[in-house]
Design a binder for this molecule. Structure first.
Ligand code: PEP
Length: 230
């Protein structure tokens, strides 16, 4: 299983160091086949020791240049970062990242050989229209994305389940993952949306779920390690 922690705009460099120290003390007990990723804010990127992969929540698709407020490949290379989240619904919504921009970012980081966790998800209004509308919406988020890329991991994150405390139901996850798995040629597929210690066992036992992308419940090292060791 894959367990990925997305800190979003939480934690500082210092609190990330403390978090990693705390997590490392627990990770010795995880199964060797489980893989852990941590996506801290850009200011906490660094070279850390431990049985996990550090990734970037975002970066501008350029080596360097005049992109005020952004970081590029040069800043990621400093810490040997080769994993990135692309397409998160918060970036699509709050940072106005269009499918075209998301696809350009994907192409750039694919070209650099990055491992990409590519996020897709539908808003509540689409979910309420039914399964067919959900799949149509989700598949449109693969426009311009090379799904044959060997370092692609997809994260299905229904927007209405993100940060709301309300996870999708087992049936919603199961049917959506079944259809998505076919569409992405069986690439690893994570679920994200209010995954937490209380529901992790149920979620990771669903066929077609290869792991979880976790926001809120990953912010505390004990809570996240409880999920990993569940
Ligand atoms: C996320 O935003 O990637 C996420 C899954 O958040 P949460 O776990 O808080 O719903």
């Amino acid at each position: 299983m894959i367990f990925a922690a997305n800190f979003k705009t939480n934690h500082t460099r210092r609190s990330t160091e403390l978090y990693i120290d705390a997590l490392n003390k627990k990770l010795g007990a995880k199964s060797p086949e489980d893989k852990v990723y941590i996506f801290p804010p850009a200011t906490a990127l660094d070279s850390y020791e431990g049985d996990f992969t550090l990734g970037a929540q975002n970066a501008y698709p350029a080596h360097n240049g005049a992109y005020t407020g952004e970081i590029g490949l040069e800043q990621l290379d400093e810490f040997d970062i080769e994993t990135i989240l692309i397409g998160h619904s918060e970036r699509r919504e709050y940072m106005a990242e269009t499918q075209e921009k998301v696809a350009a970012k994907f192409a750039f980081f694919q070209e650099q050989g990055f491992e990409i966790i590519y996020c897709i998800g539908e808003p509540l209004a689409i979910r309420e229209k039914g399964f067919e509308s959900v799949m149509k919406y989700l598949l449109a988020q693969f426009e311009g994305i090379d799904i044959s890329y060997e370092k692609l991991i997809v994260a299905y994150e229904p927007i209405w389940a993100i940060g709301t405390g309300r996870s999708a139901t087992v049936e919603e996850i199961s049917s959506t993952h079944r259809a998505l798995k076919k569409a992405i040629n069986e690439k690893p597929l994570l679920y994200g949306g209010s995954a937490k210690p209380a529901n992790i066992k149920e979620i990771i036992s669903i066929a077609g779920v290869d792991g979880v992308l976790v926001g809120s419940a990953s912010l505390d090292a004990d809570s996240f390690s409880e999920m990993i060791l569940s």
